[in-house]
Design a protein around this ligand. Structure first.
Ligand code: AMP
Length: 411
């Protein structure tokens, strides 16, 4: 099956896909949608960038629109639980686009903004609710969200929920859902806790997997730049001299690091903005909006804040610092090369980061080429640990029995 037209989706949905310019289903969509249309549970191993949002949204919209029921006050017919605010509003926007003209009500709930508007949107009940766990529990405990009409539950980015410490909240939400429902769980990786959650949650699920966890998207050209820590801002500016780079996403290790990069770029009149946990929801949305509208060329982000950013035109991802967890590298560079486009991912690595660079290569099972021609190239030893090992070990000074006894008396 390689065309949307061969799927049993409502004509309105097919038209929306055509308007969006989607020509054919991505592999996760091709594999999931037929099972979901049959009402099956699903375990989807896929990361963002694969088209998984449409994979779960299209059959959901189709089901709810083909079988309209009156939704009672504060009731939801489907719940999509996702870890970040950005992801939640993106999913909501996508769903609104795919379900145009079908008369379904959709609402979104996340923290960091006032509750009143969210309570109002729930008052008359909704067909589709997209939510992050913390604020949802809050509104549930105040009686604003009820599940006795729930038909479909989607748990999105389950492994990220675990990473961000939301798993208990997720389980609390799940404990309030009716048993009889269609359930979908998506996760980029399958750590033990998520596998056991999937086991208890899903009923005889179909399993679909795209882009195995340790491989990186083929379309992305990856390279590493070895550079002294202090020269990183200059290297970044040098790369940005290439006018063909329209949208660049830069990842830093810390929030302060992100702010510093923005300041350094501003010194050269390069417009950039940062998104991270210290920024308010409004600041984050404004930065993202300006980036999407190409009013700024560079968006600087930390891992957590960047999760769920969906900006199809990102052509370059810069790892200003390599991530501590090699799996994040795959997520980070997956921000480019989306939806069939080509992308470039450059990893900056200073002397203290060689160990992390090695870990990433081991994880992705690919040797990332080192660009020695870039003007700030720094020769670094690829085996910093070996140097230490090769040093002669210091002689251990052994204590006399008497001294040992004296020391243990002193406690
Ligand atoms: P997701 O993995 O859901 O975040 O989607 C990644 C990107 O792919 C989004 O920008 C979608 O709009 C886009 N996309 C989803 N499905 C398709 C498709 N069938 N054809 C082209 N682009 C798509």
């Amino acid at each position: 099956m390689s065309e949307f037209s061969s799927l049993d989706l409502l004509p309105e949905i097919k038209k929306a896909l055509k308007d969006k310019g989607y020509e054919k289903p991505t592999p996760i969509q091709a594999q999931s949608i037929p099972h979901l249309l049959e009402g099956k549970d699903l375990l989807g191993i896929a990361q963002t960038g694969t088209g998984k949002t449409a994979a779960f949204s299209l059959p959901l919209i189709d089901r709810l629109a083909k079988n309209k029921v009156k939704v009672n006050k504060r009731r939801v017919r489907s719940l999509i639980l996702t870890p970040t605010r950005e992801l939640a509003s993106q999913i909501e926007q996508n769903i609104k686009g795919y379900s145009k003209g079908l008369g379904l009500k959709c609402a979104v709930i996340f923290g960091g903004v006032g509750k009143q508007a969210q309570m109002n949107s729930m008052a008359q009940g909704v067909d589709i609710l997209v939510a992050t766990p913390g604020r949802l529990l809050d509104l549930m405990s105040e009686g604003h969200v009820k599940y006795d009409q729930l038909e479909v539950f989607v748990l999105d980015e389950a492994d990220r929920m675990l990473d961000m410490g939301f798993l208990n909240d997720v389980k609390k939400v799940i404990s309030k859902l009716p048993r009889d429902k269609q359930t979908l769980l998506f996760s980029a990786t399958m750590p033990k806790d998520i596998a056991s959650l999937a086991n208890s949650l899903l009923n005889n699920p179909k399993r679909v997997e795209v882009t195995p966890e340790s491989t990186t998207v083929e379309k992305i050209e990856q390279k590493a730049h070895f550079v002294a820590k202090l020269k990183k801002p200059d290297l970044l500016k040098e790369i940005l001299k290439d006018d063909s780079i329209e949208s660049m996403l830069v990842f830093t290790r810390t929030k302060h690091g992100a702010d510093r990069v923005v300041k350094k770029l501003a010194q050269d009149d390069i417009m950039a903005a940062a998104i991270h946990g210290n920024k308010s929801q409004r600041q984050r949305e404004s930065a993202l909006g300006r980036f999407k509208d190409q009013k700024i060329r560079v968006l600087v982000a930390t891992d957590i804040a960047a999760r769920g950013i969906d900006i199809p035109q990102v052509s370059h991802v810069i790892n200003y610092n390599p991530p501590e967890d090699p799996k994040s590298y795959v997520h980070r560079i997956g921000r480019t090369g989306r939806a069939g486009r080509d992308g470039v991912a450059i990893l900056f690595c200073d002397e203290s980061e060689v160990g992390l660079f090695n870990d990433i290569q081991k994880h992705i099972k690919i040797k990332i080429p080192i660009d020695e021609k870039q003007p700030f190239h720094e020769k670094l030893s690829l085996h910093p640990d070996r140097k230490k090992k090769d040093q002669k070990p210091k002689k251990k000074v052994s204590m006399s029995k008497k001294a040992r006894r004296r020391r243990s008396f002193r406690g």
